[in-house]
Each structure stands twice: as structure tokens, then as C-alpha cells.
Design a protein around this ligand. Structure first.
Ligand code: ADP
Ligand code: MG
Length: 182
């Protein structure tokens, strides 16, 4: 079973490939209502209408080097198999939004996995993209904006990579904070 954080990384890669300059990842964990919702919104080039109609069928891809695309169909399958929902909207030249829901305690629900790793990887490896990450629980919320970190920094790859570990530790602490009642 795949981890949801890996699905998120996969979908974020689509946004990067679509030349988005902005990506918002938002995760809502509502134990009290037994649902988990993940949304990803980008301002990339968008998806043509004909592709959008078939995009959640397995094997749809616009790649030339191979004929299978699985990122979106696999995520849809993961959501549907947990009595969840899957919705994708896209406007050519404006961007794309995915909205995916899961019944939180469903036996088929994949674990979240290492979400902090996914976020750090996107923030550090794709510095052309401005990433906002929102994570809401029943108790509290976390907001991370890559702009805060990178805006004032020189375009120095070494410094960016050195930030990986402290950023991951910071996110781990923050995730712990929002998971606890007090
Ligand atoms: N956020 C996006 N913006 C623009 N096009 C997208 C986006 N997400 C997916 N696509 C298009 O949909 C196709 C299928 O996506 P996906 O299921 O992830 O498979 P793959 O990325 O392996 O092709 C991609 O090849 C791309 O053309
Ligand atoms: Mg993909």
C-alpha cells in the first residue's frame, strides 16, 4: 500500500512539470468527523479539456516517451476504495486543482507517511515554485510558506540543501504540535 505523502509528491511533480510558479498543498485531518481531505492547487498551464475527461482512467498521459500515466488514476483509486471522493478541475492557462477525500479510519486508507519529507523535497528541490503547505487538525493548524525561507536568500544551492535538515525538524515539531490536544 502506498503512502499518501508519496501520492502528494507525485501530484506536486505534475504541477512542477506544468511550469507552475505557485503550489498550495492543504491537508485537513478531522478525526472528529472521520475524514481526511487533501487538496492541491497550482497555477501551471492547466489540462486540455479532452485530456481532463480521461485523466483519471489508468494509462492517460501526455508524455511522449511512454504511453502510461498512473499518478492521478492511482490516487483516485486510493480515495474511492476508502469511500472517499475525487475531484479534479483545471482551466487551460490558469491552473489545476485536485480535491481528494478519504474516510479516515477505513481499512483501505493508506497511511500518511513522511509528509515532512515530501514538503522539504518540494521546497528545496523546486525552488522556482512558491509552495504553501497548510495542515489542519481538530486542534490546531500549521502553515508553512517556502517564500518565508527562500525570498531573502541568494540563489545558492549549497545553502538551500543545508536548510533541508532544520526544515524537516521544524516541520516534525509542528506536526507533533498540531496532533496534540494541548
Ligand atoms: N497539475 C497539472 N497541470 C497540467 N497538466 C497536468 C497536471 N497534472 C496532470 N497533468 C497532465 O495529465 C497527465 C497525466 O498525469 P499523471 O496521471 O500524473 O501521469 P503522468 O504524470 O505519469 O503522465 C500528465 O502527463 C499531464 O499532461
Ligand atoms: Mg504525474
Amino acid at each position: 500500500m502506498r503512502e499518501l505523502s508519496l501520492h502528494i509528491l507525485d501530484i506536486a511533480m505534475n504541477a512542477i512539470e506544468a511550469q507552475a510558479s505557485r503550489l498550495v498543498i492543504s491537508i485537513e485531518e478531522r478525526k472528529s468527523e472521520n475524514y481526511l481531505r487533501i487538496r492541491l492547487r497550482d497555477n501551471g498551464k492547466g489540462i486540455p479539456k479532452d485530456l481532463l475527461e480521461t485523466i483519471s482512467d489508468p494509462f492517460t498521459t501526455s508524455r511522449k516517451e511512454r504511453t502510461v500515466g498512473l499518478g492521478i488514476p492511482l490516487l483516485k483509486q486510493a480515495a474511492i476504495s476508502c469511500n472517499g471522493h475525487f475531484n479534479i478541475q483545471s482551466i487551460r492557462g490558469r491552473g489545476t486543482e485536485l480535491d481528494i477525500g478519504f474516510v479516515m479510519n477505513h481499512v483501505n486508507r493508506a497511511p500518511m507517511g513522511d509528509i515532512e519529507d515530501t514538503i522539504v523535497n518540494i521546497a528545496i528541490c523546486s525552488t522556482d515554485i512558491h509552495l504553501a503547505y497548510l495542515h489542519q487538525t481538530d486542534f490546531a493548524r500549521l502553515l508553512f510558506d517556502s517564500y518565508w525561507i527562500f525570498a531573502r536568500m541568494e540563489d545558492n544551492e549549497c545553502v538551500k540543501y543545508q536548510l533541508g535538515r532544520p526544515l524537516k525538524e521544524y516541520l516534525q515539531q509542528e506536526l507533533k504540535r498540531i496532533q496534540s490536544e494541548i
